[in-house]
Design a protein around this ligand. Structure first.
Ligand code: CA
Length: 231
């Protein structure tokens, strides 16, 4: 089966050119033109490798990489227009497998893709299960499953993403603005009370249903998941 590459690049002409070259080499290619879509796709588990531009709308390539590395060792090659030491070092520090500076020769990109894919099996074996937990609640971010005391909780995609962000930041109070940024995206336009509405959904599905208290309101600040309460 053809290896599947996710190309996250907002310069559509460049993306199209790279896509055609990769397809010609026999790879399957999907494109994402902003960081948020790129991260969602990268987390889907469908891909063998990600080509990730650094300067992207919605979420920067560095931020995509940082979040991706919390749960996946999927090979990532950073594409950077800025040939600076800082970018290379921080990209590699954050777990990029390699980087390539634009403009690049397609042969060089292909060589790096082959090298990154060769390294993959060993890494895949080490990949940890991505479990988040608070008190009686566990979340398997790979399987997209949430359980409380072993009972499954059905969540919509948005509820899941909101809960996940709160769990990743357990015991830290997160402002509504920050939740909007991280869960809905910087480009979110709409009612700012969306966060409160979704918190209510989560509470009815988790806290109220199981008679626990995980999601706390910090008045005038935001929300926090704490695992101390159980009644
Ligand atoms: Ca760009």
């Amino acid at each position: 089966m053809a290896e599947k590459i996710l190309l996250v690049e907002d310069e559509e002409k460049l993306a199209r050119m790279v896509e055609l070259e990769l397809q010609y080499e026999g790879y399957q290619v999907d494109k994402a033109f902003d960081g948020r879509t790129g991260l969602d796709r990268a987390l889907s588990g469908e891909y063998d490798l990600v080509l990730l531009d650094i300067m992207l709308p919605a979420l920067s390539g560095m931020e995509v990489l940082r979040r991706l590395r919390k749960e996946s060792q999927l090979p990532v090659i950073m594409l950077t227009a800025r040939d600076t030491v800082v970018d290379k070092v921080s990209g590699l520090d954050m777990g990029a497998d390699d980087y390539i500076t634009k403009p690049f020769a397609i042969e060089e990109l292909l060589a790096r893709i082959r090298a990154a894919l060769r390294k993959r099996p060993a890494q895949a074996a080490e990949e940890p299960r991505s479990l988040l937990a608070a008190g009686a609640l566990t979340m398997d971010t790979e399987r997209h499953e949430v359980e409380v005391r072993g009972q499954s909780v059905e969540l919509t995609r948005r509820e899941f993403d909101l809960l996940r962000y709160l769990l990743e930041n357990k015991e830290k109070v997160i402002s509504r603005e920050s939740l909007l940024d991280h869960v809905w995206g910087f480009d979110f336009v709409g009612e700012t009370n969306a966060v409160d509405v979704y918190i209510r959904f989560l509470r009815s599905k988790i806290d109220e249903r199981f008679d626990i208290k995980l999601i706390h309101t910090v008045r005038g600040v935001g929300y926090v998941i704490r695992e101390d309460g159980n009644g």
